[in-house]
Design a protein around this ligand. Structure first.
Ligand code: ADP
Ligand code: MG
Length: 667
């Protein structure tokens, strides 16, 4: 157990500068707590601090019962008893798989996909996260290229093009190819991704890359601006995370890529893969596939595609398979208590228990920045001989590429710690040893839920996940059930009760029950968090920015989920508290979010009757969800070339002599 007062010493590095705030006991600050009698409260009032916080456990909406619809989860066996020597592969390739990658048994998806691709067919491949899809296409690509006569050389240019949605996944896929190609040195893999220097990529392209792995935006950029990129010899096109790479945000880029490939290429094999690939994929998917074999790891390969029309006729939603050894939980948390609940959960897994590695998903870059900053200061604790300081990292689309790569490497190598990230890390990443996935803000689709939780319990390993839902959002459990995903409920007070492990959170006074003491300790921690936020102007600004961006992202949920996630259902004052803000900020302008009523009396009344959601449909429009959605998307999955485009845009605008804010646009 931690020594009392140990937590007061805030860490080293940049956080030291910000640790000037003094911790206050909640009794000094709380307007009221549940156990106080009115008389007692009156007596204490004059001597108390002028800073007030509203009670964390009052005026919250009731926590509804969560229904657990019966679902039969889709099961997929990961491994088969086959070995790689059962395929017709080059002996050196089999040896590399065994000795360099240390793998011997073939997974189900590999068993089904490798022969289909070796036979020259196109394929649409769907299998659960972490089941080995990368090798299921990478092995046939390498096998086919090494067999070419005359032997492949750099000057042949791209023979295989692999498109993935994010830079980290591009890097990871490139590393897999590097390993596989160890015995075949004449075949050169290369990666193009946003954030890298275009000039050096251009030079590498000129020298010759045979297996080209790229994010869509960056490849389009090179198609448009790099003369030496020629696709005349391309024999393979792979779209990994195809439901993402083919979806709305990337459609324009993919069209350019497909046009460019189709213009010159010989007959080409095409492969689409994802854990959440629906059979109909998209119009673009249909264009690039030639009589594909549909492979579902949960069933067998077939040439008969079920069309989306068939499915809607039967009223079915697509079922998604999730790893069998994944324990999925949901906790229903009123907005006010969200931040402290997350903090208690992290303390439980990373301070009071050991060797946990957590990924926390949030809806925007600003929220990721905010949480990392506050938790690094308030939760990280000091480093001692027995235990290093708890590490909090963040990963999102607004970071410089060097920093992004560094964080990715650091978290990959770490045996414990917390990564707070946006959906930029939701797809495809194979981060070893992740034990918990926390979805602090719910995803925008059931498919994204599947990819987020898929960062744990990979390749037969164990893992757990927890999704936070507000009382108004519990219908998301049914939405997941429609896709055959079933969750168990974790109780809010059980999570908060982990604070009983550390007397640094002990309140003052006697308690009638453990629940009451748990609430008091949560209030102490919430006060710590609020004190940090209000310790200087900069951290208040960070919290406000995070709140604004959270609201914007909330307004951008797709139409079919608006009955669950609607900005009207949010209570602004309570939501502000989950950003450590004591009051809902006034002056969230039309451009940045809803504003609270100017009259404080009115505001108090609203707080009390709990019916002050961010009102009116009209306001919702001010968030311009369509634009925002696009903006979020592009900042998260950008090529890193926005600066250049912004300059071009500026010039254009100057020409037109138009004034106004320029939106972030296509890469
Ligand atoms: P997916 O794309 O299905 O999410 P990945 O291709 O990222 O899965 O593979 C997940 C992990 O499993 C990777 O670390 C990979 O090296 C490993 N892996 C792949 N195939 C095998 C296998 N046959 N045996 C053991 N591990 C494997
Ligand atoms: Mg993958």
């Amino acid at each position: 157990m931690k020594q009392k007062g140990e937590k007061r010493r805030f860490g080293s590095s940049e956080d030291d500068k910000r640790s000037s705030f003094k911790r206050r006991r909640p009794q000094e600050e709380e307007e009221e707590t549940d156990r106080r009698t009115p008389q007692k409260k009156k007596k204490e009032e004059p001597g108390r601090s002028s800073i007030k916080t509203s009670s964390l456990f009052k005026h919250n909406p009731d926590i509804p019962q969560i229904s657990r619809p019966a679902v039969s989860q889709v099961k997929e066996e990961i491994f088969t008893s086959d070995s790689f020597s059962d395929f017709e592969l080059h002996a050196h390739l089999v040896a590399t798989l065994n000795k360099v990658l240390n793998i011997s048994r073939v997974t189900s998806v590999q068993k089904q996909t490798i022969p289909v691709l070796l036979s020259g067919r196109d394929a649409v491949v769907r299998s659960q996260t972490g089941s080995g899809k990368t090798l299921s296409y990478a092995i046939p690509v390498v096998q086919s290229l090494q067999a070419l006569q005359p032997k492949v050389s750099r000057s042949d240019g791209p023979l295989a093009v692999v498109i993935v949605p994010t830079r980290e996944l591009a890097q990871q896929t490139f590393q897999t190819f590097q390993k596989l190609l160890k015995p075949f040195t004449s075949i050169v893999p290369g990666v193009l991704m946003g954030g890298e220097k275009r000039k050096s990529e251009k030079a590498r392209l000129r020298k010759g890359i045979n297996i080209l792995i790229s994010t869509p935006g960056r490849l389009v950029d090179h198609i448009k601006h790099t003369l030496c990129i020629a696709f005349s010899a391309v024999r393979w096109l792979v779209l990994d995370e195809a439901d993402r790479t083919l979806d709305l945000g990337f459609e324009k880029d993919l069209t350019v890529i497909l046009n460019s490939l189709n213009a010159t290429g010989p007959s080409r094999q095409n492969v689409l893969l994802s854990a959440t690939l629906t059979n109909g994929v998209t119009r673009l998917g249909d264009i690039c596939l030639r009589d594909p074999v549909s492979i579902h790891a949960s069933g067998s390969a077939s040439s008969d595609l079920v069309t989306p029309a068939d499915r809607s006729a039967t009223g079915q939603s697509e079922s998604f398979a999730v790893p069998e050894a994944l324990n999925q939980f949901v906790v229903v948390v009123p907005s006010k208590i969200r931040l402290v609940c997350l903090a208690a959960f992290i303390l439980d897994k990373c301070q009071f228990a050991r060797d946990n590695k957590l990924i926390v998903f949030v809806s925007s870059c600003e929220v990721a920045e905010f949480l990392r900053s506050i938790f690094s200061s308030v939760l990280a604790g000091p480093s001692t001989n027995r235990k290093p300081r708890l590490s909090f990292l963040r990963l999102h689309g607004n970071m410089k590429q060097e920093e992004r790569s560094e964080v990715f490497q650091q978290f990959s190598a770490a045996s414990s710690g917390v990564l707070i990230c946006t959906d930029v890390a939701a797809r495809g990443l194979d981060l070893p040893g992740v034990t918990w996935i926390v979805q602090y803000t719910p995803p925008t689709a059931a498919a994204e839920y599947v990819h987020r939780v898929g960062r744990t319990a990979r390749i037969g390993g164990r893992g757990s996940s927890l999704i936070f839902l507000a009382p108004t959002e519990t219908a998301f459990v049914n939405e997941l059930a429609n896709h055959n995903i079933s969750l168990s409920e974790m109780k809010l007070l059980d999570i908060l009760s982990s604070l009983m492990m550390d007397d640094a959170y002990k309140g003052r006074g006697k308690y009638h029950s453990q629940d009451q003491e748990t609430r008091e300790r949560a209030t102490v921690l919430q006060t710590d968090l609020e004190n940090f936020v209000h310790s200087d102007v900069r951290s208040v600004q960070t919290a406000k920015r995070a709140l604004q961006s959270f609201l914007r992202a909330y307004a951008a949920y797709p139409a079919h989920l608006k009955h669950i996630f609607h900005i009207r259902f949010l209570h602004l004052g309570h939501t502000a508290k989950s950003f450590g803000l004591r009051d809902a900020p006034a002056g969230l302008s039309a451009a940045t979010g809803p504003s609270e009523p100017k009259n404080p009396k009115k505001k108090r009344n609203q707080n009390q009757n709990q019916k002050s959601p961010v009102k009116s449909q009209g306001r919702d429009k001010r968030f311009l969800p369509g634009q925002r959605e696009r903006r979020l998307f592009h900042s998260e999955f950008s090529s890193g070339l926005e600066g250049r485009d912004a300059k071009t845009k500026k010039k254009k605008k100057k020409k037109k002599k138009e004034l106004g804010q320029s939106g972030e646009e296509e890469e």
